[in-house]
Design a protein around this ligand. Structure first.
Ligand SMILES: Nc1nc2c(c(=O)[nH]1)N[C@H]1C(S)=C(S)[C@@H](COP(=O)(O)OP(=O)(O)OC[C@H]3O[C@@H](n4cnc5c(=O)[nH]c(N)nc54)[C@H](O)[C@@H]3O)O[C@H]1N2
Ligand SMILES: Nc1nc2c(c(=O)[nH]1)N[C@H]1C(S)=C(S)[C@@H](COP(=O)(O)OP(=O)(O)OC[C@H]3O[C@@H](n4cnc5c(=O)[nH]c(N)nc54)[C@H](O)[C@@H]3O)O[C@H]1N2
Ligand code: SF4
Ligand SMILES: [Mo]
Length: 756
């Protein structure tokens, strides 16, 4: 008999609602569920991934049983063991290491928002290790931190066709990264008379729709943001009432932006001065201006904090804060917030101080967190803890390889593939290879998993419930139930950390036997049952606007959760932590002199004029290092690409389909060249590429030494951002050399990748 059961896809952040047809515990079909959030037929129509749900559930390449290494590390020789053997084995080896070196000898590694990470963090907190390594510093954290210090909490854009008067899309490409309601909404903006401004060195799909496209030199965004402020202040376009009543440090900001005249900014960013003026006027004169930023800013090293701060100031001086049509300051969740679930409070002061970020990144550490959180709590909001205090990979890798300042001898990896996605693959490889214990929780035998001592098989979409809580900074959660029990011997990530926790004497802190029970308990304070949530697919209470004007304590208005109670154009807390009060631009990256057009002689070899490298522009249907094993996807998009403008390619003597080596001071990787509309002198390479069809273990490790963008990057603290520790995946100096001309037999698809 076939039963219909509610469930969700989770191959992207939308978590589309489905009904699974289930026969004897196996899913035989899947249909969209219009009765539940999220359901959007247009999104489903445009999605190339959703059919993967059934394929992945039963994929022969999935890891289905716990595996223990038997040969040399990375040799690809495994034995199948029971869960008991795996968990007992991990526990006893970990106990041995903790006895020798203390609990901080275990680090954890996480990746993008694929799973709930709080169970891992809870286990680590209770164990006494502060060392959670992730992608925080380069994905999201910089914006969250800078909004926190400037406004006292984070914001979400509010693009409303009736209320919004201008939209800025800055270093983000939602057409590829956000498959998406948001992109569709943006297309509506583009068709309306609302001005759309796009700031991106590549002519993305959004740029193609824009009224004004600013193809600036990578890494110069901070100067542009300061230039916009310069024009707005010089031309008297501020919202004077908001500045007067609600902003702190206007005079200091005014002095700081004085040098950034449109001409000065034009020289730094390589765009016309008149465009700087136009963009500033469009933003300031709009009845409400919305701005969305992304990776183009988040992953650009030394300037990242200053750029976000300057953007925050831009919103504030134009009064575009907590205002309909501009953006809204989000609210603390009614359900149990992430910070509480993580149990970070159980780390002692000493354990916090030993985190491998202290004292190197004064904001992104427990002390920085405590200072800023003390402010946000004044207005009843607790910041998520573990990803805002994550350890710095430069320090964690050093502790693995050199044992300094103390040895990290064990690593647990959840939902990430660091050999492809963390900076400096060679170094990550060396560090992971040197460990005494590497445990990887995975769906597949990835290159990272192939180095492990234990690979634990994890239940994925359809096999586990979902409660997506937006990083713990908003009052929204969505998802739904599992349709079936996990196939084979797979378990949820939660089960693994609970089982380990129990073995380490944490039983009383894991009162929920299953992930579903944990989610139900999380939701309870919001007054919604798990069953009700599963029927609706969502818990959501929209935040109000203009909250600072509401009555606060002692007869005053509520204001902002900062030191001064105002929006801090000059940041008291950053100054207290040794950072900049007002944003300042630090020149970075190569001089980026573009080649002089088609007539120039093709530069030869590594001595060629340097180009500016950007990495990881998102491309459908892939997601970081995932889905490369899907035959349909690989047929449509068979090779990793390096893209350049036609003029740059011509100057370098390149033709579409040629194989090129891209080199930085860190290493070399190989790509197929494709011409694309973008700024001259810039090279954009795909990231996350490996070859699941190759042997996952030694010597090729699934191809990590071939076309892996992170052979070219590094995460050293030196040269990174000073307060958070952000390193650079963009604005790197590189050279490009052809190693093979496109052959007659090379498939046509090689040079016809999907549109950007
Ligand atoms: N298909 C797909 N979707 C994804 C992902 C994926 O891997 N694949 N990953 C998910 C994740 S983890 C994230 S964090 C989001 C990221 O989502 P987005 O931030 O939208 O990422 P991208 O689409 O790469 O857009 C970043 C843009 O920044 C531009 N850029 C590069 N350097 C600079 C610079 O110096 N200045 C400016 N102004 N722009 C620059 C690039 O050309 C690119 O167009 O996407 C998510 N969605
Ligand atoms: N050069 C360069 N490097 C980058 C970026 C860039 O733009 N350029 N972007 C950075 C950004 S923003 C991000 S977020 C990271 C992304 O980095 P990662 O998150 O490491 O990338 P993914 O390839 O998505 O890896 C996810 C892995 O987890 C597994 N997985 C998926 N879901 C689950 C789950 O629920 N549980 C478990 N246990 N496993 C699961 C998948 O099989 C996959 O192998 O990459 C970063 N690295
Ligand atoms: S991958 Fe497609 S089906 Fe799955 S959640 Fe995203 S949009 Fe929906
Ligand atoms: Mo990310």
């Amino acid at each position: 008999m076939t039963e219909l059961r509610k469930t969700n896809c989770h191959f992207c952040g939308y978590l589309c609602a489905f009904e699974a047809q289930v026969e004897e515990g196996r899913v035989t079909g899947l249909v969209p569920d219009p009765t539940r959030y999220p359901y959007d037929p247009d999104i489903l129509k445009g999605c190339r991934r959703w059919k993967m749900n059934l394929e992945v559930l039963d994929d022969p390449a999935r890891v289905n049983h716990p595996l223990r290494r038997v040969g040399e590390r990375g040799s690809g020789q495994w034995e199948r063991v029971s869960w008991e053997e795996a968990l007992d084995g991990i526990t006893s080896r970990l106990k041995g290491l903790i006895n020798l070196y203390g609990p901080e000898t275990l680090a954890s590694a996480i990746g993008g928002p694929h799973a709930s990470f709080w169970p891992l963090h809870r286990f680590m907190s209770l164990l006494g290790s502060p060392n959670n390594m992730g992608i925080g510093q380069i994905c999201w954290n910089p914006r969250i931190w800078m909004d926190m210090v400037t406004f006292g909490w984070t914001i979400e854009p509010d693009i409303d066709l009736a209320l919004t008067g201008a939209v800025f899309i800055w270093g983000t490409n939602p057409a590829q990264s956000d498959n998406s309601a948001f992109w569709r909404h943006l297309l509506k903006v583009a068709r309306s008379d609302i001005p759309l401004v796009v700031i991106d060195p590549r002519s993305t799909q959004a740029a193609a729709q824009a009224d004004l496209w600013l193809p600036l030199k990578p890494g110069t965004d901070c100067a542009l943001a300061l230039g916009l402020l310069h024009v707005i202040i010089a031309e008297g376009l501020c919202d004077h009432d908001f500045v007067e009543r609600w902003c702190h440090g206007f005079d200091e900001l005014q002095s700081a932006v004085a040098p950034y005249s449109p001409q000065a900014v034009a020289d730094i960013c390589g765009i016309p001065a008149r465009d700087v003026r136009s963009a500033a006027r469009i933003f300031a004169k709009a009845k409400a201006a919305a701005l969305v930023s992304g990776r183009g800013i988040d992953q650009t090293g030394a300037n990242v904090a200053a750029t976000h701060r300057a953007i925050a100031c831009l919103r504030a001086v134009t009064g575009n804060l907590d205002k309909p049509g501009a953006c809204v300051i989000t609210e603390q969740s009614d359900f149990v917030p992430e910070a509480v679930l993580e149990l970070g409070s159980s780390l002692t002061k000493d354990q916090r101080a030993r985190c491998l970020n202290t004292p190197h990144t004064p904001l992104q550490c427990y002390e920085g967190y405590a200072k800023v959180n003390a402010l946000t709590e004044r207005l009843g909001r607790t910041m998520p803890l573990r990803y805002l205090t994550s350890a710095h990979p430069d320090l964690v890798l050093k502790a693995m390889c050199e044992g300094k300042p103390y040895p990290i001898r064990a690593l647990v990896v959840q939902a990430t593939n660091p050999l492809l996605t963390y900076a400096d693959t060679k170094r990550v490889f060396k560090a992971l290879s040197s460990l005494d214990l590497l445990v990887v929780l995975e769906y597949y035998l990835t290159p990272t998993a192939s180095l492990a001592d234990y690979v634990l098989p994890i239940a994925g979409a359809i096999e586990r419930p979902l409660f997506q809580a937006h990083g713990g900074v908003a009052n929204i959660a969505y998802g739904g139930p599992a349709a079936v029990e996990p196939y084979h011997e797979r378990r949820t990530d939660y089960d693994v950390f609970r089982e380990l926790g129990v073995r380490f004497g944490q039983e009383s802190d894991w009162p929920w036997p299953t992930l579903k029970d944990a989610f139900a308990a999380t939701l309870a304070p919001a007054g919604m049952t798990w069953e009700e949530y599963c029927c609706k697919g969502i818990y959501y209470r929209p935040p109000a606007f203009f909250k600072h004007e509401e009555p606060g304590t002692e007869g005053r208005r509520r204001g902002f959760a900062t030191t001064t109670g105002k929006v801090e154009l000059a940041s008291e807390i950053l100054a207290e932590l040794g950072g900049q009060r007002v944003p300042t631009y630090l020149p970075q990256g190569p001089a980026a002199a573009p080649p002089q057009g088609p007539a120039a002689a093709p530069p030869q070899g590594p001595a060629a004029a340097p180009l500016t490298l950007i990495t990881g522009a998102r491309k459908q249907p892939y997601n970081a290092s995932m889905f490369l094993g899907n035959p349909r996807f690989r047929k449509a998009y068979p090779k990793p690409l390096a893209e350049m403008s036609e003029a740059t390619a011509e100057a370098y003597g390149l033709a579409p389909g040629d194989e090129v080596e891209v080199s930085t001071k860190n290493g070399t990787a190989t790509f197929t060249f494709k011409a694309a509309p973008m700024r001259d002198g810039v090279v954009s390479i795909d990231y996350g590429w490996w070859y699941p069809e190759w042997k996952p273990g030694a010597p090729d490790f699934g191809g990590i030494w071939a076309s892996n963008a992170n052979l070219l990057t590094d995460c050293s603290l030196k040269g990174g951002e000073a307060m958070i520790g952000t390193w650079s995946y963009n604005a790197l100096e590189c050279t490009v050399q052809r190693i093979r001309k496109r052959g007659m037999d090379d498939p046509e698809e090689t040079c016809t990748a999907p549109v950007q």
